[in-house]
Design a protein around this ligand. Structure first.
Ligand SMILES: Nc1ncnc2c1ncn2[C@@H]1O[C@H](COP(=O)(O)OP(=O)(O)OP(=O)(O)O)[C@@H](O)[C@H]1O
Length: 337
């Protein structure tokens, strides 16, 4: 049975429109005008136990709104969703005990107290047996390398350390489903990698299901095999990472190392030369022409090495977002799953 199922899930916000000027403001007191924001429009997907899925989309695409509906923080305007067998907006205890939502931009922990005190409160709220709590806490503080910091007030911790504590608090009750909204936002690369490693390791040990939003493609590549892409409230891709590159990455990068001397000056006849330095060069070539171009290069020059790469995920994703503005890609489009 899927852990998450969404069918036609929709959220429309009603936003008060403030009028310009004093007269407008006074008029607004008597005649309130509203505008509808269609944040999520009829999305459909399901997630199986143990999957690690990335939820991608540009700013304002509807990611946080979807996560909030999946955790029962807001009611959908339409459609249905079942999470862990429950309707999230019912917020029953049995449901809340089995999932956690971590928002990179929001703190759950008490600012002036050591994280340890917030962890204790979690233990009380979730009524965790002491042994199990100790075991999980030790495991997580070791994994994230913050055992020495749990007794320091949270406000004195760095952003990265605070995020690690947030993650610990979220995992203490061993949730079966972890919803992560930008868990590495604003962190340096080292802290990002530590958090990725912890999530990966923890997933390997406990096999929880995870849905993650992130603007850092490194998070996605490190953790997720499957991606859901949302734009303007529509789900426009549901499939694996490789499929995303195949479909939207229209070019490939050919990296060449020449056997003798400098890179030749006439490489532009094969494609767009991205770099040519010393005996090395990189040429961007249309996906459908890679074999032909490679054959021509091998005929013309002696090579010491050659590598053909997909474009970086950032580029592919930027292209997906760009293309999804066109009407032909506007609706939900499921490649896999
Ligand atoms: N409480 C709210 N009231 C009114 N409109 C909202 C509310 N929350 C979000 N929106 C609007 O709904 C749309 C989707 O917002 P959402 O926060 O879900 O996007 P997102 O994909 O998470 O974006 P980001 O990557 O910037 O966090 C946006 O147009 C946003 O302005």
């Amino acid at each position: 049975m899927p852990i998450v199922e969404a069918e036609g899930l929709t959220k429309t916000y009603r936003v008060f429109q403030k009028r310009d000027g004093l007269v407008g403001a006074v008029r607004g007191l008597f005649h309130r005008e509203y505008r509808e924001v269609r944040a999520v429009e009829g999305i459909r997907f399901s997630i199986e136990p143990g999957e690690m899925v990335a939820f991608l989309g540009p700013n304002g695409a509807g990611k946080t709104t979807t996560l909030k509906m999946l955790s029962g923080l807001i009611y959908p305007s339409g459609g249905t969703t079942t999470v862990l067998g429950y309707t999230p907006s019912d917020r029953v205890d049995a449901f809340r005990r089995q999932f956690a939502l971590v928002m990179g931009q929001k703190n759950q922990l008490w600012w002036d107290l050591p994280a340890q005190d917030s962890f204790e409160l979690h233990r009380e709220i979730y009524q965790l047996p002491r042994d199990e709590y100790r075991e999980t806490l030790d495991e997580l503080t070791t994994l994230l390398d913050v055992a020495a910091l749990t007794r320091q007030p949270v406000r004195e911790l760095s952003l990265g350390e605070r995020m690690k504590m947030e993650l610990i608090a979220a995992l203490l009750h061993r949730p079966r489903l972890l919803l992560l909204d930008e868990p590495t936002i604003g962190l340096d690369v080292v802290a990002q990698v530590t958090i990725q490693k912890c999530l990966k390791e923890y997933h390997a040990r406990r096999g929880m299901t995870m849905l993650l939003t992130s603007h850092y493609m490194r998070d996605v590549e490190a953790l997720c095999d499957r991606v859901l892409v949302i734009n303007h409230g529509h789900l426009i891709y549901d499939g694996d990472l490789a499929g995303l590159s195949n479909r939207f990455g229209q070019t490939k990068l050919i990296k060449l190392e020449f056997a003798e001397g400098e890179a030749p000056s006439d490489l532009a006849r094969f494609g767009d030369v991205e770099r040519a330095e010393g005996g090395e060069a990189e040429i961007r070539v249309e996906r459908s022409k890679v074999a032909e171009v490679l054959g021509a290069i091998l005929d013309a020059y002696r090579l010491a090495d050659v590598v053909v790469q997909d474009p970086p995920l950032e580029q592919v994703i930027a292209r997906v977002f760009q293309e999804s503005k066109s009407p032909s890609l506007g609706g939900a489009d499921h490649d896999a799953a």
